[in-house]
Ligand binder design. Structure first.
Ligand code: ZN
Length: 370
């Protein structure tokens, strides 16, 4: 509502038109003769039912400084400020507190005053406190606020005992994502990514022996998959989380790999090409995480080939023997496909050429006996 309507009072309406017209206008208002009020920017238009139906138009709401400067017109024959216009002005005055926060002047109070007002309200009706609590917890925090909250949450070591309250705080952030998702899914996704990045930070000290943070992360990642909608967004998500995935050693790597596949489900060729490109780079590089990186990428590729039901590519990749469990995966896959002879032969070859794991020795026994 505009400043001018905000300053309306019975007294200053009366001073505009005199007592007789004012009383008539007020009767019209009380008789509910004002109807179809609509605001159009600077102007309010209404119908007033008298001997006929008259159209009242009052303009200059946002531009005039004094009430008498308002441009009032009515379709009735009366010259000057008529009872119809007065009825509309009284309607505006009586309803000014119903048209939202601005009408009660909250836009002009300072933050301290607002806190004071809310404290008074809570004293008057204590149940408001709960309601306000929920509203403040689920408002959409800005990026800085979320970052600050996450930093303080993760600054301490989280042990088994403090896990419950830690998850509670994280859940309140998840509610912020859900709220944001209703208005702006990109904003919601960026909040989710902020939280995921914090959880996967290798410098955290979190004792997740209860698995609660892992569960939370999985749910959060699932939620995030619903917020990644276009090819470009899938690519962005992959670019952000692939490097975290291949270096992950906090125990959430498999979860993250699963989600990378899930997000790219509509275009797994993209993810496959992406992985193969990085695989080739890392094969020839000398990074200190080379072993870990190769293991992660091979795992992801094997996951993709399972998803696309492509055992030939799966077997071919295992045979390159790029990472530590490839032999086991190869033997398991051959058995799964019913190629037991080939599986046994592979096991025997592994036994001949390499340091053999107890797993392979066990498989040899099983396969010989089957
Ligand atoms: Zn009139």
């Amino acid at each position: 509502m505009t400043q001018i309507l905000h300053s309306l009072s019975e007294k200053n309406i009366q001073s505009l038109c005199g007592n007789v017209i004012y009383q008539r206008g007020k009767e019209y208002f009380i008789d509910k003769r004002v109807r179809r009020i609509r605001f159009d920017g600077n102007t309010v238009i209404a119908e007033v039912v008298g001997n006929d139906v008259y159209e009242v138009e009052i303009s200059g709401l946002n531009s005039v400084k004094k009430l008498q400067e308002l441009n009032c017109s009515c379709s009735c024959p009366y010259e000057g400020l008529c009872k119809h216009v007065v009825a509309v002005l009284i309607h505006l005055y009586k309803n000014k507190t119903k048209r939202g926060v601005k009408n009660i002047g909250l836009d002009s109070v300072t933050k301290d005053e607002l806190v004071q007002i809310i404290s008074t309200l809570i004293k008057e009706s204590p149940s408001l406190a709960n309601r306000i609590n929920i509203l403040t917890q689920t408002r959409i925090l800005n990026q800085k606020e979320i970052d600050k909250k996450l930093r303080s949450l993760f600054s301490d070591s989280i042990d088994y005992k403090s896990m419950n309250s830690f998850i509670k705080e994280l859940n309140s952030l998840k509610r912020v994502i859900l709220l944001a998702a209703k208005q702006d899914y990109k904003r919601a996704r960026s909040i989710a990514e902020q939280i995921i990045t914090h959880i996967l930070n290798p410098n955290n000290y979190v004792d997740d022996s209860s698995g609660k943070l892992g569960d939370y992360l999985y749910e959060l990642l699932e939620l995030t998959t619903t917020l990644v909608k276009t090819d470009q967004e899938r690519e962005e998500f992959t670019n952000t989380f692939f490097p975290i995935y291949i270096n992950e050693d906090t125990g959430y790597g498999d979860t993250l790999g699963e989600i990378l596949i899930k997000i790219n489900k509509q275009n797994l060729t993209f993810l496959e090409t992406y992985c193969l490109r990085h695989l080739n780079q890392i094969k020839t590089s000398k990074t200190k995480n080379k072993k870990q990186n190769l293991y992660r990428i091979v795992s992801l590729l094997l996951g993709i080939y399972d998803e696309t039901n492509d055992p030939d590519k799966y077997i071919e990749l295992c045979k390159q023997n790029l990472s530590e469990y490839d032999n086991m995966h190869l033997v398991d896959k051959l058995i799964e496909l019913g190629r037991t002879k080939e599986a046994l032969q592979t096991c025997l070859e592994i036994k001949k050429t390499r340091k053999v794991s107890p797993y392979i020795l066990k498989k040899i026994e099983e396969l010989k006996n089957s």
